[in-house]
Write a protein that binds this ligand. Structure first.
Ligand SMILES: Cc1ncc(COP(=O)(O)O)c(C=O)c1O
Length: 355
């Protein structure tokens, strides 16, 4: 792994990304529809925020209750395990909260054991939630990236399968399937916007940790129509862990010094190797926001009926930063102000750091 670099905070824009094309993602919606309790999550229209941001219509994709858990992660964990499972008896993963809980839940559904590695600063309620799914939880003395290293070592034991939502050289197959699993979220958004009589998304705000969800967003929106009229895809990260922003500015995947934030699911120092080329070529905007910004966004979303956790509310905080900044709008898709979609990726109960 390269030496850590200092974080940057200047926003990033690259309009040419809207003309970039990649292969379309796998069609996984039919698989998710077979899972017990599957239903599309709500796409909530919030006219007051649309007026505040000076856009036509604004929708929040509310992932506060997805397949029985309070974050979007079951989409990826269920599909990744479905594709990967052979004779394994135990699933192993690292997490800063939501992914590990999703892997533990999939293990329980399939009658498998699970061992989940967590970083030292994880909220005790997140540990309790993972244990409640029947998994063993191991706390490592360090950040998320160290928990990933420990999980990878542990999974080398026979009968164990590593189900990680980030990729590195030599470990890319399962993360690819997990990203494929996230595609259902975007398929739902398309259908829900059409049902609401709204124009297709012109600006999509995505909270970014290791970049796998943003990779799925790029695969979805750049896998089909491309060109200057394509939607703007905005990555939003904590100021203390803006590894996508730093990598985009540097033009290469960089590792940051560990930082602290209440946005636990986004507190990642290094992007997934699989995600990086998609983010580099397909994102046309990226920003970093502070904890106070997401606390305010979560409070505003809660008042409007969306129970967003700190990672989920980050999308609104990032949209505010970009749409409010001088001269930023000319760098976005000409369609950005038509329909805005903000991914609220977890519920306030998934990460109780909001207090
Ligand atoms: C609630 C929440 N939102 C967003 C993300 C970011 O996803 P990724 O790490 O794929 O960028 C995570 C990742 O753990 C998360 O838990």
């Amino acid at each position: 792994m390269p030496a850590p670099v200092t974080a940057v905070s200047a926003p990033y824009f690259r309009p040419a990304a809207r003309a970039w094309r990649c292969a379309p993602p796998a069609d996984v919606a039919a698989f998710h529809a077979t899972l017990p309790g599957y239903a599309p999550t709500p796409l909530v229209e919030l006219p007051r925020l649309a007026a505040e941001l000076g856009v036509g219509r604004l929708f929040v994709k509310d992932e506060s209750a997805r397949l029985g858990l309070p974050a979007f992660k079951m989409l990826g964990a269920s599909w990744g395990v479905e594709r990967a499972l052979r004779d394994e008896k135990r699933l192993v993963a690292a997490t800063d909260g939501n992914h590990g809980r999703a892997v533990a839940a999939v293990a329980r559904l399939r009658g498998l054991a699970a061992t989940i590695f967590v970083p030292a600063d994880i909220h005790p309620a997140s540990i309790a939630a993972i244990r409640a799914e029947g998994a063993e939880v191991v706390t490592v003395d360090g950040i998320y990236d160290l928990a990933v290293e420990r999980a990878a070592k542990e999974a080398a034991e026979p009968g164990s399968l590593l189900v990680q939502d980030t990729a590195w050289p030599g470990y890319e197959e399962i993360p690819r399937w997990i990203v494929e699993g996230y595609a259902t979220l975007f398929t739902e958004v398309d259908a829900q916007l059409a049902a609401a009589g709204a124009a297709p998304a012109g600006l999509v705000g995505v909270p970014v940790g290791v970049g796998s969800l943003a990779q799925a967003a790029v695969a979805h929106y750049r896998g089909r129509a491309a060109g200057p009229d394509a939607p703007s895809l905005l990555s939003v990260e904590p100021e203390s862990a803006a590894c996508a922003l730093a990598s985009l500015h540097a033009g290469e995947r960089v590792t940051l010094e560990p930082g602290r934030t209440i946005m636990h699911g986004l507190n990642c120092a290094t992007l997934s190797t699989l995600a990086w080329p998609y983010l580099r070529d397909g994102l046309d905007a990226a920003v970093a926001i502070g904890d106070a910004d997401t606390v305010r966004a979560a409070r505003d979303l809660a008042a409007l009926g969306v129970p967003a956790g700190p990672c989920g509310a980050a999308a609104l905080a990032g949209a505010r930063a970009v749409l409010g900044g001088d001269g930023n709008r000319v760098l976005l898709s000409p369609r950005h102000a038509g329909t805005v979609v903000l991914l609220s990726t977890e519920s306030a109960t998934a990460n109780p750091s909001l207090g």
